[in-house]
Design a protein around this ligand. Structure first.
Ligand code: ADP
Length: 316
């Protein structure tokens, strides 16, 4: 199988809501791919990931995860996925290892034994291997309530990997973490992916977290507004503009219309996209007869461009 996730015309409308939280989206994710679902708050990311992980029913469309239909084969989907959500769902009174053990037993991977030492060798070596990989080694026997936010997320990762999921879902996994923990968490996730070949499906509103992804989809107001590799998105997003302030706006607009030059009106200014700030500006200015009072070149950062993309789509 080459696609780990296949989404076709997925729509979700919450009861009592007048709009679709997810509105007819289609995309697929290849096996082993690191895929990022990027968008602002309220875009529909959690709704989509909840449908994909079988915790929310869809209104229409088809969704297959790890080869199984999320509506008709929900338990098969669950056996093949790992989930790390925004709020850790760990039992605070249990030790880290007990949290992992109960999860593994719940998934039917091993029979329950009251002590770690009584568990099958296979389980013990898997836990040791994962804790080594993620760096929680010494804390395995400590109660989760003594853990920092970063440690809890690491434990969630180990727990969600214990049943060797083919797809790992991460819903804004670094929300509430400080930059250092965020960075180290990412190192762990990427290492896990390298070692296990796990498909990663990430939702985030941090642009920089999507930069390591193989592919990014930008979602806004329930719809896909951009799709590509981070490099393609950057090229697509980062555009330079020249901003002209005319003496009379209507005169300039009329002239640009007649010369078929594309523009956007921004208050009293007109914004025109250029590809080369050096050569293009001069050519543009030479071609305009309307009197201008000011000219400036606007070069957005990637983050500016992302915000712009979201704003443009909001207005449309
Ligand atoms: P994101 O995860 O991108 O922040 P969500 O999927 O949480 O976005 O929300 C998408 C839209 O659906 C928002 O407008 C939100 O208000 C709405 N929404 C989310 N959950 C519910 C719910 N349980 N009932 C009604 N509307 C909801």
């Amino acid at each position: 199988m080459s696609n780990a996730i296949e989404v076709s015309h997925l729509t979700k409308k919450y009861a009592k809501s007048t709009v679709n939280a997810v509105d007819n989206i289609s995309f697929s994710v290849k096996e082993g791919e690191f895929f990022a679902f990027l968008g602002p708050n309220g875009a529909g990311k959690t709704t989509a990931i909840s449908v994909l992980t079988t915790t929310l029913s869809k209104s229409s469309g088809d969704v297959r995860v790890a080869g199984f239909d999320v509506s008709k084969e929900a338990s098969r989907v669950r056996q093949n996925i790992g989930i790390i959500f925004q709020n850790p769902s760990l039992d605070q009174n249990l030790t880290a290892e007990e949290n992992i053990r109960f999860h593994a037993v719940l998934y039917g991977l091993y029979p329950f034994r009251p002590f770690f030492s009584w568990m099958p060798e296979d389980y013990k070596s898997k836990v040791r291997e994962l804790t080594e990989l993620i760096g929680l080694g010494d804390s395995l026997k400590k109660p989760v309530k003594t853990f920092s936010g970063g440690m809890k997320r690491k434990l969630e990762i180990i727990r969600s990997l214990i049943h060797n999921p083919r797809v790992l879902f991460l819903d804004e996994p670094t929300t509430g973490l400080d930059p250092a923990s965020r960075k180290s968490l990412w190192q762990y996730i990427l290492q896990v992916r390298k070692n296990e070949g796990t498909t990663i499906f990430l939702t985030t509103h941090y642009l920089e977290e999507a930069e390591d992804a193989d592919r990014v989809i930008v979602i806004n107001k329930g719809k896909i507004s951009a799709d590509g590799t981070p490099k393609e998105l950057k090229q697509d997003l980062i555009k330079n503009y020249v901003r002209l302030t005319p003496k009379t706006l209507s005169t300039l607009v009329k002239e640009l219309d007649s010369k078929k030059i594309k523009y956007l009106v921004e208050g009293i200014r007109v914004k025109i996209q250029i590809s080369d700030p050096g050569a293009d500006v001069q050519r543009l200015i030479k071609s305009i007869d309307s009197p201008l009072v000011d000219i400036d070149i606007h070069s957005p950062t990637l983050n500016d461009a992302y915000l712009q993309l979201i704003t443009d789509k909001n207005e449309s």
